[in-house]
Design a protein around this ligand. Structure first.
Ligand SMILES: Cc1ncc(COP(=O)(O)O)c(C=O)c1O
Length: 449
């Protein structure tokens, strides 16, 4: 039985709050009140391992004092001042300088937003504006992948294609100019092909689409380096270099969405570093502040910046370059360096992966282990041969038991059957082992069908 306080809070929540991605009027029955390190604490005082870093965003773990202090200091000095019309503040300037140090290649210029979806919308408008200023207004179409998640705002909604059209259901028809190709999901290849015999058909298909549509009509190709909300799906090694080359050869901009994969998550600062690929534009958010405050950014390379220079960027949101999230980001970016978070994510991520391969993969209802660094998932199936997706009842039951056992994680993805093992990038091996020790017997208890 929950305490009276918890019951009252749940009632007030149900009376007044509409939650995303759950039937309206439903509640988990848990209210998180505190967080420290890799733990969440609810109003009953119960501790949970945060094995999904909330929404894969608490990359630095919880309770980092230096971020709290930086925000407190900044907010005592200033509140909101605008970055419109060329005004600025020292926090946002320092944040951009630090980002330029860590982003690959010549991604040296940044437009700030309030989060991932706004970054995605801004990146698409930026790509189209780039071609406009280059005198090529016919280049407006965007190609992206099925199974992708890019957000919930105007444009990003149409780039999001999880499951079978689900996010668009009920929101009316999509505007023209959005094309999709099959993703790099080898385990369930939409072409029915087998890697490596396929010679990365799904990447080569991009070339066919660009040429069939006409390269003069395509503004950009847009993709997550590893599909995140779609299920933590990793491309085969040849995919990214091939896609980079196709885009360059056809004068199509390459935009990577690092909102979830960025900032140490995959064991590199940015995930395309795994394949030595540098995009023309990159979107980011989440880990940019370690999720302590909302902030997003769009990075663009020198070429795009130079095409815009002297022309107006007809796009802005009130909180672009807000000093306080910028101060949080400066503190976060310094912590990534000081606490060697990328190295930790690579090292502890490799340990987690080893255990997933050795102890989870042989279990009867685990079809696949996928991911990199602290971005891992296990695919839950009824049967390894037929690969049928685990039953909803079994999945819900498993999720509840794991939560009762003291682990918060997500079982989601395009087919809603991937268990995400994506803890804060600061987690230690000992903490990872203790969390996995809770999960393992519960996954082992799943019965094949
Ligand atoms: C790859 C990717 N892009 C964009 C978004 C949208 O970000 P936000 O929820 O901050 O708007 C997300 C959110 O999970 C994401 O994973």
């Amino acid at each position: 039985m929950a305490s009276q306080r918890t019951e009252e809070l749940i009632k007030l929540d149900l009376d007044h709050i509409v939650h995303p991605y759950v039937a309206v009027g439903q509640h988990m029955g848990i209210i998180f009140e505190k967080a420290h390190g890799v733990y969440l604490v609810d109003t009953e005082g119960k501790e949970y391992f945060d094995v999904s870093s909330q929404l894969m965003c608490s990359n630095l773990g919880h309770g980092q004092k230096e971020i709290a202090d930086a925000v407190s200091e900044a907010i005592h000095k200033t509140d909101y001042t605008t970055s419109f019309y060329g005004f600025s503040n020292p926090y946002t300037i320092e944040c951009a300088r630090l980002l330029a140090e860590i982003t690959p290649g010549d991604l040296n210029h940044f437009f700030f937003t309030s989060g991932g979806s706004e970054s995605v919308d801004s990146a698409i408008k930026l790509a189209r504006l780039y071609w406009h200023y280059k005198g090529k207004d016919t280049k407006y179409k965007i190609v992206n992948l099925y199974n992708s998640y890019h957000g919930e705002t105007g444009i990003s909604t149409y780039l999001t294609r999880m499951g079978r059209g689900a996010p668009q259901m009920g929101f009316g028809p999509e505007p023209p100019g959005y094309l999709r190709i099959p993703p790099y999901y080898c385990y369930r290849c939409m072409f029915g092909a087998k890697y490596p015999d396929c010679d990365v058909l799904c990447a080569r298909f991009l070339k066919d689409v660009i040429e069939s549509e006409g390269a003069d009509s395509i503004a950009a190709f847009f993709a997550e380096p590893i599909q995140g909300s779609g299920g933590v799906i990793t491309p085969p090694d040849g995919w990214w270099p091939m896609v980079r080359k196709i885009c360059t050869d056809h004068d199509v901009l390459l935009i990577t969405d690092e909102v979830m994969t960025g900032f140490a998550r995959t064991g590199k600062m940015f995930a395309t570093e795994h394949w030595n690929v540098v995009p023309d534009i990159m979107t980011m958010a989440k880990g940019i502040t370690g999720a302590y405050l909302p902030l997003g950014a769009v990075a663009m390379n020198d070429n795009i910046y130079e095409a815009l220079e002297g022309n107006v960027f007809w796009h802005g949101v009130t909180y672009t370059g807000h000093p306080i999230p910028s101060a949080a980001s400066v503190a976060a970016l310094n912590l990534y360096k000081k606490q060697k978070v990328v190295d930790n994510a690579a090292r502890v991520g490799a340990h987690i992966r080893q255990r997933l391969d050795k102890e989870f993969l042989p279990l009867p209802c685990v079809g696949l282990v996928d991911g990199k660094g602290m971005f891992q998932a296990i695919e839950l199936v009824n049967d390894k041969k037929t690969k049928t997706v685990i039953d909803l009842d079994a999945k819900t039951e498993l999720f509840k038991k794991i939560l009762q056992g003291g682990v918060y994680l997500r079982i989601t993805g395009a087919l809603a059957n991937r268990m995400f093992i994506c803890p804060p990038c600061t987690m230690t091996i000992d903490e990872a082992d203790r969390a996995l020790d809770i999960i393992l017997p519960l996954v082992a208890g799943l019965k094949p069908k």
